[in-house]
Design a protein around this ligand. Structure first.
Ligand code: FAD
Length: 466
């Protein structure tokens, strides 16, 4: 018998580890609720995970098997289950984050001690850390060079779901509720979970959004991105399956612009792999700056400004819309993530780790590599990051990417009766004009031009510039 340990791969199709286990037959699938992992989770993520696990269980039941669910430390639970079911080998897909690798090392050790074989399989990304390097053999720290190699490298094909006869006839315990796991139902509306929902999103995107992605992806109200991030985070769909759909779309493209648009989307998939590699080779980035500075950056601490940012009450409309989207949908559009992250670090001058912790709590797609990469990019502390002196102006960002204020009005009801012009000019309006346009919407918490200067000085001091 084989035990297949599901982690961030909650699907049966295009699952390379599961296919490897199924080759030898008699697979017992298991998921372990690990309190050490749950300690870092937020309610929206747990909600999506539980729903995805239910869908995964259905896939196994349709194949006359079941998903075992246990709670505890995997380094104790897996040898215990191996003994109970007479398992010779435990198989899982690799996870490249530092904490996961430490946990997996403990699991390997305990399985060794129990004399159970194990195998970890490459699955979550196309190209494993270490497989795309500079000519000198070092990991890339500049994305563009990484991307060129990533794009030109051959991709593996997706693998089918195992047949019922490769699976063991087992039956699992009831799934815990979100409360059993120590969480309350999230206030946010979380996307539908499971492979079917992910496939629907992929198919809809490949029919339309992918062809205008390059043009529209920066405009939050245009619905031009795939919304696959939570599926990719939890592996409810395989990366090979996603890539193959994009290649078919490339074949359907009507002209050069459409093909370039498909490639632009594929390059975002490559960003995910780039940040996975960065995290693999630099596990410290979860808590420390990727870039070293001569002096520590003297981030400010101001609880009231931080609260205003978290609650979407900064008086900068595009920032507030994004922060409220996060609370309402456990998601935020990419352009707006960049804007709010820049605002926290360059306008409020607060440490990116505060923002990262907040995103980790509320995003259903929180992924250590991508979230950390995004934050350190915006904070100018990361690899291939935004230069510290190029600071987003939240007003012009709002004007450019949400000209009619449609996205802002969707999430900030206090501004619904104001005109787009009043909304974008909000920091410049007089108190009387503000009272007339939107009496319940807050005054700007800071002056952007003053804070911009302060941010540049803060970075120059840390760099030791004269
Ligand atoms: P699409 O535009 O359709 O992109 C397709 C996929 O490509 C995404 O699902 C994602 O897997 C990947 N991708 C897209 N953009 C990026 C990027 N800039 N970096 C890495 N991968 C990317 N993405 C996460 O998946 N999880 C996070 O926790 C996360 N936190 C972020 C925090 C900040 C501060 C910033 C600036 C970005 C963050 N991103 C994160 C990247 C990006 O915002 C999301 O992947 C994207 O908005 C998800 O929407 P989508 O699936 O419709 O993306």
């Amino acid at each position: 018998m084989q035990l297949f340990w599901h982690r961030r791969d909650l699907r049966v199709a295009d699952n390379r580890g599961l296919a490897t286990a199924a080759d030898a037959g008699d697979v017992v699938p298991v998921f372990v609720f690990d309190d050490a992992v749950l300690a870092h989770a937020g309610a929206s993520r747990v909600r999506f995970m539980l729903d995805a696990l239910e869908r995964l269980r259905e896939s196994y039941r349709e194949r006359d098997s079941d998903l075992l669910v246990v709670r505890g430390d995997p380094s104790e639970e897996l040898p215990r289950l191996a003994a109970e079911y007479g398992v010779e080998r435990v198989v899982w897909n690799k996870d490249y984050s530092g904490l996961a690798r430490e946990r997996d090392a403990r699991v390997r050790q305990s399985l060794n001690e129990a004399d159970v074989a194990r195998e970890s399989v490459h699955d979550a990304i196309h190209h494993e850390p270490g497989s795309i390097t500079t000519n000198a053999g070092d990991p890339y720290s500049v994305y563009t060079y990484f991307w060129k190699k990533w794009r030109d490298r051959e991709k593996e094909a997706s693998v089918p779901a195992p047949d019922a006869d490769a699976l063991a006839d087992v039956s699992g315990e009831a799934m815990p509720t979100i409360e059993d796991l120590g969480f309350e139902e999230p206030a946010a509306t979380v996307q539908e979970a499971g492979t079917e929902a992910a496939r629907d999103r992929l198919a809809a995107f490949c029919e339309d959004g992918i062809f205008r992605y390059a043009e529209d992806r920066d405009y939050p109200e245009r619905d031009a991105t795939s919304r696959l991030s939570t599926d990719l985070k939890w592996g409810t769909i395989g990366i090979r399956e996603v890539y193959e759909a994009t290649e078919r779309a490339a074949g359907d493209a009507d002209d050069g612009d459409e093909s370039e648009s498909v490639e632009e989307f594929q390059s975002q998939l490559a960003w995910r792999e780039f940040y996975t590699h960065v995290l693999f080779f630099n596990p410290h980035v979860v808590t420390e700056n990727y870039k070293e500075y001569e002096n520590d950056i003297a981030w400010r601490t101001d609880d009231e400004e931080l609260r205003a940012w978290k609650d979407g009450e900064t008086g900068y409309p595009i920032v507030d819309a994004g922060m409220r989207e996060l609370r309402e949908e456990a998601y935020m559009h990419n352009r707006v993530r960049m804007i709010v992250a820049s605002f926290l670090t360059k306008d409020l001058l607060q440490d990116w780790r505060e923002g990262y912790a907040h995103f980790r709590e509320y995003l259903s797609d929180h992924d250590t590599g991508n979230d950390n990469g995004g934050w350190q990019w915006a904070a100018s502390t990361g690899t291939d990051a935004q230069p510290y002196f190029r600071i987003f102006n939240p007003t012009t960002q709002g004007e450019r990417y949400d000209p009619d204020a449609t996205y802002i009005k969707k999430f900030v009801p206090e501004l619904r009766d104001a005109s787009a012009e009043e909304i974008h000019d909000w920091p410049e309006l007089s108190p009387v004009e503000r009272e007339k346009a939107a009496p319940d919407y807050p005054e700007p918490v800071v002056d952007h031009s003053e804070r911009r200067e302060a941010a540049i000085s803060m970075f120059e001091d840390a760099r030791g510039d004269d």
